[in-house]
Design a protein around this ligand. Structure first.
Ligand code: ATP
Length: 444
């Protein structure tokens, strides 16, 4: 894990938030490469979940909502972890995660055994809307994106004219005042979620939960996380939320242990019923054909953007021993991202930077590719080093403009370039005119 963390910092994927002031526990910034990776993930999720389906619409809800939403959803009362304080060193820990010796829990910070009884600690960040810090103005930063999709159910149903089953998708920030942020970005206090609320008839709920499990596994496969690396945890009776009839947790084998990436929960009609009850507004669905009115049930695939981004980095990270042009062995660090997730799709290099004709041609190729894909132009250093730099950020293709390209070695190879593949390190010659289509097919 240390190697991945160090590469992420060195190559601009992830930085500690407010680093020059000592950072802030549980908060992270994504640098130039990280933001591209995360964006590719979110864009592809949106494409698969919304654009490629006709039973799904999107929305973008506000982070701060009426406090009544969190009362109705049960978050105000119950969204808490049981916590204990260590009376010796004053540190606070989750009661269910305390280490034990001879079956007696102790403080993981100082080893002390003088602990308070477990107490509920609410995970929602508080603020105030308006100038007065009164209880009336109290608001929360949302701890999940889901509630906006429930409270806007009626508006979306009426404006989109969808029929059951249909879903609402949303990507956005969520905040939880986690007691022990840990494992790098895995458990943060500010994070992003990609959630779907898929509304259906009660009788279809269980089958649709299995359908979504399959859909989501396919999605992970299509971004480069194979099924074999995902453990499906079918949460047994008694361990699920009381309203859920079925919940699957999808867990990934992170270097620090197998941990949750996504939860797929059949939440029955719990959420809409609660909001109906608390708001006094009707949130039922009317089936025109059957002339029936009822509260829809919902299946919720809820994934974490940051956790999936971290899984992509862990899955892609590789080190291999290679022999360079001079016959020397070296370790090549390479991020083997699926091309559609890679932050940079193509590196473009002139063979030599002091040959204007090469530079001009390489720049023209980069400019032509840029509107279609993230392209990086680089003329600094030996060509081997430039390839290595792209390997380290996971760029799947590199194009080199040489003397053949500009026609100095005869007409046959004029306007062709070498296309180098990150994984095989093989190079092939292809016409410049075919470059864009070739790359687009691989990174789409
Ligand atoms: P955990 O048990 O790990 O705290 P959870 O079961 O509370 O997670 P959910 O409420 O189901 O998580 O949230 C859905 C998804 O949101 C999770 O699968 C995860 O990907 C993401 N998520 C939740 N909490 C965090 C966090 N603190 N940091 C990063 N991502 C998170």
């Amino acid at each position: 894990m240390e190697k991945i963390v160090s590469l992420c910092k060195r190559r601009g994927f992830v930085f500690q938030s407010s680093e020059i002031y000592g950072g802030l526990n549980g908060f992270w910034d994504y640098g130039p490469m990280g933001v591209e990776l995360k964006r590719n993930l979110k864009d592809y999720w949106w494409r698969r979940m919304v654009h490629e389906r006709d039973d799904m619409v999107g929305m973008d809800g506000s982070i701060i909502m009426n406090r009544a939403v969190w009362r109705a959803s049960g978050h105000e009362e119950t969204f808490s972890d049981p916590m204990v304080d260590c009376k010796t060193c004053k540190s606070r820990h989750r009661a269910d995660q305390l280490p034990r010796k001879d079956d007696v829990p102790y403080c993981p910070n100082c080893g002390g055994r003088d602990l308070t009884e477990p107490r509920a600690f609410n995970l929602m960040f508080k603020s105030h809307a308006g100038p007065l810090e009164t209880d009336e103005n109290l608001v929360y930063l949302r701890p999940e994106t889901a509630q906006a999709m429930f409270v806007q159910f009626k508006n979306i149903l009426e404006t989109s004219r969808k029929k059951l089953p249909f879903g609402i998708a949303q990507i956005g920030k969520a905040f939880r005042n986690e007691i022990n942020p840990r494992n790098y970005t895995f458990r943060s206090r500010e994070f992003e979620q990609m959630e779907v609320e898929y509304f259906c008839r009660a009788e279809d709920g269980l089958a649709l939960t299995d359908y979504w499990l399959e859909e989501r596994l396919k999605f992970y496969e299509d971004i480069g996380i194979p099924r074999a690396k995902i453990r499906i945890n079918d949460i047994p009776d008694g361990e699920r939320a009381f309203y859920s009839k079925k919940t699957y947790d999808l867990e990934y084998e992170f270097p620090f242990g197998v941990s949750e990436l996504e939860g797929i929960a059949y939440r029955t009609d719990y959420d809409l019923s609660k909001h109906m009850q608390h708001s006094g507004k009707p949130l039922e669905y009317f089936d025109e054909e059957k002339k029936e009115k009822f509260v829809p049930h919902v299946v919720e695939p809820s994934a974490g953007v940051d956790r999936t981004t971290l899984a992509l980095l862990c899955e892609a990270f590789d080190e291999e021993e290679v022999t360079d042009e001079k016959g020397q062995k070296e370790v090549r660090t390479v991020l083997r991202f699926h091309p559609r997730m890679a932050p940079v799709k193509c590196g473009v290099f002139p063979l030599l930077k002091n040959k204007p004709a090469l530079v001009e041609k390489a720049r023209a190729i980069a400019v032509a590719l840029r509107p279609h894909m993230m392209t990086f132009y680089d003329e600094a250093g030996a060509i081997g080093r430039r390839y290595r730099r792209q390997d380290e950020i996971g760029t799947p293709f590199c194009v080199t403009v040489d003397f053949d390209t500009i026609g100095e070695n005869g007409p046959e190879k004029h306007d062709t370039v070498t296309l180098r593949n990150r994984d095989s390190m093989q190079q092939e010659r292809i016409p410049v005119s075919e470059l864009r289509a070739r790359l687009e097919a691989a990174v789409f």
